[in-house]
Design a protein around this ligand. Structure first.
Ligand SMILES: NC(=O)c1ccc[n+]([C@@H]2O[C@H](COP(=O)([O-])OP(=O)(O)OC[C@H]3O[C@@H](n4cnc5c(N)ncnc54)[C@H](OP(=O)(O)O)[C@@H]3O)[C@@H](O)[C@H]2O)c1
Length: 412
């Protein structure tokens, strides 16, 4: 008799057709669960790509920050937004217009402003938008703007000091002040002071000041406010002007206490706008920045969200003197909280823009200081102003109103 043929793969004499330790059921289950060869790699690569895409999407969401989502409307409220023909300001106006506001677009270039106004009217279906010329680098232009606005409107519910320039070469405003300090701080300082009576009359009303996290690098240089001795485009002049925005906000909030007018400031985030137009690095760096900003910077719409929350949120009706970023209130660094410097800056700014002093000057500490304080002061413009309070007895609330009217009547 011949021995029975052993099937291929079987172990002779074992009675099994599979090698020892081989479990055909487990093997078949494994085959149904995972792929092998090309498909295994394809699935792995797909999963990695999907993981990266989800991560990038989440990171992009984080970079864009939170949005203001409450649907409250502000139909008929009168609003001024400075520097709103482009960037964050334009997006801010678009949202306010969608919510029914009557917006005065205060821009230095009437042509660019008109183009933005027509686009926003089209997108918001709101016809209550007005193109008004305001060059914050000219104190006369600020006064002309205010005079015209007051002739047109009896109320003002919301003022957004948004316009700004960054890191430009050292140039001077029409009044001879360093451009970034002049536009970002002094122009807005005068504008706001001249509009305070309208804001108080319309209370509850709000002021929003668009500052920047760049204030962290800033110091108020009392000896060289106009950067005449040393000019640093970003870490000097721009940062100082943005710190000045914060000190202005804090000082103004104390002045406006119990008036029904709130004032808050914000950092909009790092936003892809025209703000870096003065950037003068090598071409390749510009290209890298341009490309990187597409992903790593906020869109102008996202950049407008903190301003919008400060302007609109009913929950912030009485909040004042705060610094916000990503729609949240943040504590300030000690040098931005320094009220003695804020007081000094306020008095100095009054002199520089030609407003009468709101408060009496602080009492002189020594005889030597007394002489200095009572004498005439050289301002950054090279002109001489009298450093003294002519109305020391009046209370600050009414004097503020007087100062606004006095300047409007005398200078426009
Ligand atoms: N973008 C950011 O990453 C960032 C970060 C922190 C803070 N900020 C602040 O956000 C605000 C808005 O900036 P943005 O990013 O939207 O920049 P933007 O796109 O350059 O817009 C700035 C606006 O200000 C106007 N402006 C400049 N000089 C003016 C003057 N002398 N008088 C009146 N208007 C003037 C500009 O008008 P023209 O178009 O005619 O020049 C423009 O409409 C600024 O205060 C800026 O400091 C921005």
């Amino acid at each position: 008799m011949s021995e029975a043929a052993t099937p291929p793969g079987s172990v002779p004499g074992s009675g099994s057709v599979f090698p020892p330790g081989f479990d055909p059921i487990a093997e078949s289950a494994e085959k149904t669960l995972c792929f092998r060869g090309f498909w295994a790699w394809a699935v792995l690569i797909l999963l990695i790509v999907l993981g990266i895409a989800i991560f990038m999407w989440l990171l992009r969401k984080c970079i864009q920050g939170p949005a203001y989502r409450k649907a409250n409307r502000i139909d008929g409220k009168v609003v001024i937004v400075t520097g709103c023909n482009t960037g964050i300001g334009k997006e801010t106006v678009l949202e306010l217009a969608k919510r029914g506001a009557r917006v005065y677009m205060a821009c230095r270039d009437a042509g660019r402003c008109e183009a933005a106004r027509l686009e926003i009217m089209d997108r918001s279906h709101n016809q209550q938008l007005f193109n008004r010329t305001l060059d914050l680098g000219s104190l006369q232009s600020v006064r002309n703007f205010v005079e015209r606005f007051k002739a047109e409107e009896s109320r003002l519910d919301l003022l957004i000091n948004n316009a700004g320039i960054m890191a430009c070469p050292r140039t001077l405003t029409a009044d001879g002040y360093e451009q970034q300090f002049g536009v970002n701080h002094l122009g807005h300082f005068l504008l706001t002071n001249l509009l305070l009576d309208r804001l108080k009359h319309s209370s509850p009303s709000r002021i929003v000041v668009v500052s920047s996290a760049a204030h962290l690098f800033g110091r108020i240089n009392r000896e060289d406010l106009m950067s005449e001795k040393k000019y640093g485009k970003f870490f000097g002049a721009y940062s100082q002007s943005k710190l000045a925005n914060i000190m202005f906000t804090r000082k103004l909030s104390t002045i406006l206490k119990n008036s029904g007018v709130t004032v808050n400031c914000c950092h909009p985030g790092v936003v892809r706008t025209e703000l870096n137009r003065h950037f003068s690095g090598p071409g390749w760096m510009k290209s890298v920045l341009q490309t990187g900003s597409l992903y790593f910077f906020k869109t102008p719409k996202a950049g407008a969200q903190t301003s919008l929350r400060l302007a609109l949120d009913p929950q912030l009706e009485t909040s004042t003197g705060g610094y916000y970023s990503d729609c949240m209130r943040w504590p300030l660094v000690p040098w931005a909280r320094n009220m003695e410097t804020a007081d000094w800056l306020w008095r100095e700014s009054e002199k520089l823009v030609g407003l009468p002093p709101l408060e009496p000057p602080p009492p002189p500490a020594t005889n030597q200081n007394q002489n200095q304080n009572q004498g005439p002061t050289q301002n950054g413009n090279g002109t001489t102003t009298q450093n003294g309070n002519q109305n020391g007895s009046a209370n600050s609330g009414t004097r503020e109103m007087q100062s606004v009217e006095t300047v409007v009547v005398n200078r426009s």
